[in-house]
Design a protein around this ligand. Structure first.
Ligand SMILES: Cc1cc2nc3c(=O)[nH]c(=O)nc-3n(C[C@H](O)[C@H](O)[C@H](O)COP(=O)(O)O)c2cc1C
Length: 385
């Protein structure tokens, strides 16, 4: 991100998460309730662990907003960790009288080993606390701000789960019910597949195992002409991929037809170009996923992410005790069985942040009005060409 800058701090069991979002235009109507709505959506989903019943996330806006509107100053957000009261000794800033027992067995699939070696930690707690996906709450909170900004230019962002483990949802048709997707326990639009996904999660839980899956993020109404082919770091697809792969446990990314396109002939993949006086240029298909040559086409932006199965296992995999190098079983933390529905909400947030940044980069605007006008001028210009 360049025009919109985000920095977060905070440990999973520390007193709070803190975020500073800089570069948001002034005069954007914003309430903590709107941010809390997305924070609550991140906590949903069949397959979550006990933590989600303890935390009921609330964002406190501590800077950059006055009388319900952004001022153009950095926006400061704070999300308290309710669970912190149970961890005050372990997480104490000052040296505790009685040193907490260190975690010395790294969990495969986590940052534990790499973090300990990189930062020379003897207690893996120093890694676990920051590497935890708890950090994604701050990105969801700031993503809600980006979503509000994009709504000002007619943009809507939503997501749905298309695979959990080996259960795949049927391809959805024209009726993509964004409004109802949160009502489903795994945020899947195919009711029959949803039931099988929930059964698969239950079975994995009974086995002491975990599951991953695939989710799709859809962005409707994003203007054409954002991004560029002239330099690698201006390509919109690269920004979307970087955003998605910044989510812990996301290991795969697809734009539009993605990997499926590799198996098809070109005549079945590329989107033919049409023109109508009232509409301007448009496509009848959208296999490109709304980006061609690194530039948005004006069609919906459609991206998918593959999330690996949760790495913390009730029946742990083998590991090594770091003081003795003895072969042991991995450390077990309280954990989710499947977090794909929640990761999809995080996906919406990081895509909102990436697109808001790219749009601000392209159109500028110190106030929301200026931003909106610049988008409108360009959109009208494109329609007349
Ligand atoms: C919303 C969300 C919730 C997650 N919950 C857990 C969890 O409860 N237990 C766990 O082991 N990993 C969980 N993860 C994944 C880990 O944070 C991640 O696998 C780990 O930090 C290692 O990073 P890496 O998979 O990107 O290498 C979650 C990820 C997300 C996006």
């Amino acid at each position: 991100m360049s025009t919109l800058r985000l920095l977060t701090a905070g440990e999973s069991h520390g007193p709070q998460l803190t975020a500073i979002l800089e570069g948001c235009p002034s005069k954007l109507a914003l309430t903590a309730a709107e941010i809390d709505r997305d924070l609550a959506r991140r906590q949903l989903g069949f397959g979550r662990g006990a933590r989600m019943t303890i935390e009921n996330d609330h964002a406190e806006i501590v800077a950059g907003v006055r009388q319900g509107r952004t001022t153009g100053a950095p926006i400061g957000l704070v999300i308290g960790n309710r669970d912190a009261v149970n961890w005050s000794k372990v997480m104490s800033v000052d040296v505790a009288e009685e040193a907490p027992a260190p975690v010395t067995v790294p969990r495969p699939g986590h940052a534990d080993l790499g973090g300990a070696l990189t930062f020379e930690h003897d207690d893996l707690r120093d890694v676990i606390e920051r590497a935890s996906a708890r950090e994604t709450a701050t990105r969801v909170a700031c993503g809600a701000v980006a979503r509000r900004l994009l709504a000002e230019i007619g943009c809507r962002i939503w997501s749905h789960v298309v695979r959990i483990g080996d259960v795949e949802a049927a391809p959805d048709g024209a009726d993509r019910r964004a409004e109802v997707v949160d009502d489903d326990p795994v945020r899947c639009l195919d009711a029959a597949a949803s039931a099988r996904m929930q059964a698969a999660i239950g079975a994995a839980r009974d086995r002491g195992d975990t599951l991953g899956g695939v989710f799709e993020v859809v962005v409707e109404g994003f203007p054409a002409g954002v991004g560029s082919y002239v330099a690698a770091d201006r390509r919109l697809g690269a920004k979307l991929a970087g955003a998605m792969l910044s989510i812990p446990a996301v290991k795969g990314f697809e734009l539009g037809a993605g990997f499926a396109a590799a198996a098809l002939s070109g005549s079945l993949v590329h989107d033919e170009i049409f023109f109508e006086e009232a509409r301007g240029y448009y496509r009848a298909t959208n296999r490109a996923g709304g980006v061609e040559g690194g530039i948005s086409t004006g069609e919906p932006i459609v991206v998918r992410a593959a999330m690996k199965p949760i790495a913390t296992l009730l029946h742990p995999l083998r590991s090594v005790e770091m003081r003795t190098h003895a072969r042991v079983e991995a450390h077990v933390e309280r954990s989710d069985v499947c977090a794909v529905p929640a990761a999809a909400v995080v996906g919406e947030a990081v895509i909102a942040l990436a697109l808001a940044d790219a749009a601000l980069d392209r159109f500028g605007g110190a106030s929301v009005g200026e931003f909106r006008d610049a988008v409108q001028v360009f959109t009208d210009h494109v329609r007349r060409r």
